[in-house]
Design a protein around this ligand. Structure first.
Ligand SMILES: [Zn+2]
Length: 101
């Protein structure tokens, strides 16, 4: 149990999350934090393990994917972008391109 430490985290910002509240989940035996994503203002309950690992709630991934979709069919550095691949685990975007020469 780390309730005093959880209380100390209220009002602090971790990554792009502002920590607003916390609660002890008796079933999961884990502290949950009520966080607000400062990128999209989404609010949700989540575990500390998620808070400290993530920089945002996932909205910035969606933004990256939206940009990737727009790039399909465009030409960059003599390569035509044909497709994209989003590596969810490693957060890496790769493009499948065709040289136009
Ligand atoms: Zn967000």
């Amino acid at each position: 149990m780390d309730k005093p430490r959880a209380a100390d985290r209220i009002g602090t910002t971790v990554g792009n999350f502002k920590i607003l509240d916390y609660k002890w989940d008796y079933e999961k035996k884990e502290t949950f934090y009520f966080i607000k994503c400062e990128l999209c203002h989404n609010e949700k309950w989540t575990q500390w393990s998620v808070v400290k690992k993530a920089v945002g709630c996932g909205c910035q991934d969606e933004r990256k994917i939206a940009i990737a979709i727009k790039k399909i069919g465009t030409i960059s550095n003599n390569s035509k972008i044909l497709d994209y691949n989003w590596d969810e685990n490693n957060k890496i975007m790769t493009y499948f391109v065709k040289c136009i020469y």
